[in-house]
Design a protein around this ligand. Structure first.
Ligand SMILES: Cc1cc2nc3c(=O)[nH]c(=O)nc-3n(C[C@H](O)[C@H](O)[C@H](O)COP(=O)(O)OP(=O)(O)OC[C@H]3O[C@@H](n4cnc5c(N)ncnc54)[C@H](O)[C@@H]3O)c2cc1C
Length: 488
C-alpha cells in the first residue's frame, strides 16, 4: 500500500534504503509458519524505530513490521522536483532529548526552520491587513483579545486559565474538575464567543467542546527552552533563529531514514499486522500476507485510530478496550502550491492567510533568501473532515478555486503540487490523539497499559507529558526498557 497522497504532477517519492539481514530469532519450532524474534515492533514511525533501536542496543532481536511502503508514519515528506514538502511533523521542539538521543547517532542534518510571511486575514467577510486587524470592523473580539492576532489566540488564552502547576502532576485528583469541555471552561472564564470561534479555526482539535480542558492545558504546559550545551541549542544558535526549534534538511522523512539506517534488522514493509495472539510468556503476530511471527513480546505503536483492523486475543476489556476502539484523533489535510507570480504584491497584503472559510490557513514559506517560495494550506479538524469526503485531486481543485474567490490576487497565481490527508491514511487516520471531556479520568490511565505483559503499547497517543515526536520516541524507549526488565 502506498501513501495516500496525491501528486498532481512531478511525483517522485524516494524510499530510504535499509540494509542488514533479516533477524534470525530464537530456535525454530515446527508449529510456527515463518519467523521468530525476541520482540516484534508493530509500526515503523518514530516510536517504533526508537523502540527497535533501543532494544537492539541491548542485544535483543527485533522485527519491525510496517503496513506502509516506507518507515516514518507521521514523519512523511512529499519529495518532488520542486522540493520536499513535509506532510506531517516538521519541527523538533525544545527538550526533545529522546529524539536527539537517536538523531545524534545518525548524523541528521538539522537546519533552522524556514521563516514564514505574515498572515493577512479573511474574517467575517472582510480582507484585512494584519496592521489593521486591531481596529478593523471584522475584528469582533472583546477587550484585550482584540490586540491578539487570530492565529495566536489559543496559546495565551489556554495558558491564562491553565491550572497545571507541575506538569508531572497534570492529572492529579484535584485537577480532574477541569476534565470538562474546553469551550465551556473558557467561556465560563470570560473568553468571548468570537475568540472561541477563531481559536477553533487553528486549534489542533476536533472542536473545543469535543476536547478536555485539562488535556489541552497539559498540551500547552511544560514548553520550556532547550538547555545550553544541548545539541539543539548549538545548532539553532548557529543558525541565528529563536532558540528551541529546528527542522531537518530534506524533510522529516530524512530524520527517520537516517535514524533507521542504524537498525541491525531489516523491517518488513507493505504488510499490515492483522492479529496479535497473546499468551502468558509469548505472543504471535499475524500479517496480512498470512505470515506469522512468534516472539517473546510485542510493542504495538499503531495509532489507536487504526487499531480496529487488528484482532487482539484475548480480547481487551474495560477502559483498555474503550481506549483501543474509541480514541478521538484530530484531522489535518494539507494542500501545497508554488506561487507562479507574487500575488501579494498585487493586493499589498502579506502572502499568508488566515480565514474563517473552510480553507482555514495558508502558510507562506520563505526560501533561504526570505522570498515566498511555497504555500502550505493547512486545514484542521471539522473543516478537514468535510474536505476529506472528496478525493485528493478534487481537494486540490476545490482549495485552489476557493482561495481565488477569497483573495482574487491568487487567481491564476498558484501551481498545485499536491495534497495529503492524514484522515485518509488508513494506517494513521488522523493527526494526533486528543482526549474528550471526561477521558483524562476515564481513559488516560489505560492508554499505555500492557496486555498480559507481552503486548505493550507505545506511540504518541501513550504519552504523558511530552509532545509530538518526542512523545513518540520517549514512549518507544520506555517500552523497550520495560522488556529489558522483563527479560533480565
Ligand atoms: C500534520 C502534522 C504535523 C505535525 N507536526 C509536528 C511537529 O512539527 N513536531 C512534532 O514533534 N510532532 C509533530 N507531529 C506529530 C508527530 O508527527 C507524531 O507525534 C509522531 O510522528 C508519531 O509517531 P508514532 O510512531 O507514535 O506514530 P506514527 O508515526 O503514526 O507511526 C505508526 C506507524 O504504524 C503503522 N501501522 C499502522 N497500522 C499498522 C498495522 N496494522 N501493521 C503495521 N503497521 C501499522 C503506520 O503506517 C505508521 O507508520 C505532527 C503530526 C502531523 C500529522
Amino acid at each position: 500500500m502506498t501513501k495516500t497522497h496525491l501528486m498532481t504532477n512531478r511525483r517522485q517519492v524516494m524510499v530510504g534504503g535499509l540494509s542488514a539481514a533479516l533477524i534470525a530469532g530464537c530456535s525454530p519450532r515446527s508449529s510456527w509458519s515463518s519467523s521468530e524474534a525476541d520482540v516484534v515492533v508493530i509500526g515503523g514511525g518514530m516510536a517504533g524505530v526508537a523502540a527497535a533501536l533501543s532494544l537492539e542496543e541491548q542485544g535483543v532481536k527485533v522485527q519491525i513490521v510496517e503496513a506502509d511502503s516506507q518507515l516514518g508514519g507521521r514523519c512523511y515528506t512529499l519529495r518532488t522536483q520542486d522540493g520536499a514538502f513535509d506532510c506531517g511533523a516538521t519541527t523538533i521542539g525544545p527538550n526533545y532529548g529522546s529524539v536527539l538521543y537517536h538523531a545524534n547517532r545518525a548524523d541528521v542534518p538539522f537546519i533552522a526552520p524556514n521563516s514564514k510571511d505574515k498572515f493577512s486575514y479573511h474574517i467575517n467577510g472582510q480582507f484585512v491587513h494584519p496592521d489593521a486587524w486591531q481596529s478593523s470592523p471584522a475584528n469582533l473580539l472583546v477587550g484585550g483579545e482584540r490586540a491578539i492576532l487570530p492565529e495566536q489566540l489559543e496559546f495565551p488564552t489556554v495558558m491564562q486559565h491553565n491550572k497545571i502547576e507541575d506538569i508531572h502532576k497534570w492529572n492529579a485528583d484535584e485537577l480532574l474538575a477541569f476534565d470538562v469541555p474546553l469551550g465551556q471552561y473558557l467561556r465560563k472564564n470570560g473568553v468571548s464567543e468570537e475568540a472561541l470561534r477563531l481559536i477553533d479555526l487553528t486549534s489542533n482539535t476536533m472542536g473545543l467542546d469535543q476536547t478536555s480542558a485539562l488535556f489541552q492545558m497539559r498540551e500547552f504546559a511544560g514548553i520550556a527552552p532547550p538547555k545550553a550545551g544541548d545539541k539543539v541549542r548549538e545548532v539553532y544558535d548557529a543558525a541565528g533563529g529563536p532558540p528551541g526549534f529546528y527542522n531537518v534538511k530534506g524533510g522529516m522523512l530524512t530524520l527517520i531514514e537516517r535514524i533507521a539506517a542504524n537498525l541491525k534488522s531489516e523491517p518488513i514493509l507493505n504488510d499490515a499486522v492483522s492479529g496479535i495472539d497473546v499468551e502468558k510468556d509469548a505472543a504471535t503476530v499475524t500479517l496480512a500476507s498470512g505470515k506469522t511471527i512468534r516472539a517473546k513480546g510485542v510493542i504495538c505503536t499503531v495509532p489507536y485510530s487504526a487499531m480496529s483492523s487488528i484482532a487482539i486475543t484475548p480480547s481487551p476489556s474495560g477502559p483498555k478496550k474503550a481506549a483501543l476502539q474509541n480514541s478521538l484523533y484530530t484531522l489535518t489535510t494539507h494542500v501545497f502550491f508554488i506561487p507562479n507570480e507574487p500575488y501579494w504584491e498585487k493586493d499589498g497584503h502579506p502572502a499568508g492567510l488566515v480565514s474563517d472559510d473552510i480553507v482555514e490557513r495558508v502558510m507562506a514559506n520563505h526560501d533561504e533568501d526570505g522570498k515566498v517560495a511555497w504555500l502550505d494550506v493547512w486545514i484542521n479538524g471539522t473543516a478537514a473532515a468535510q474536505l476529506d469526503k472528496m478525493g485528493e485531486k478534487e481537494i486540490v481543485k476545490f482549495v485552489q478555486k476557493r482561495l481565488g474567490e477569497l483573495r482574487p490576487s491568487m487567481q491564476g497565481a498558484l501551481s498545485p503540487v499536491g495534497a495529503y490527508s492524514w484522515g485518509r491514511n488508513p494506517y494513521v487516520r488522523g493527526n494526533k490523539h486528543v482526549m474528550r471531556p471526561g477521558e483524562v479520568q476515564a481513559i488516560a490511565p489505560w492508554m499505555a497499559t500492557p496486555i498480559m505483559d507481552r503486548l505493550r503499547f507505545a506511540g504518541e497517543h501513550t504519552r504523558s507529558t511530552q509532545a509530538g515526536l518526542e512523545a513518540a520516541a520517549a514512549s518507544g524507549m520506555r517500552e523497550a526498557a520495560a522488556y529489558m526488565d522483563l527479560f533480565a
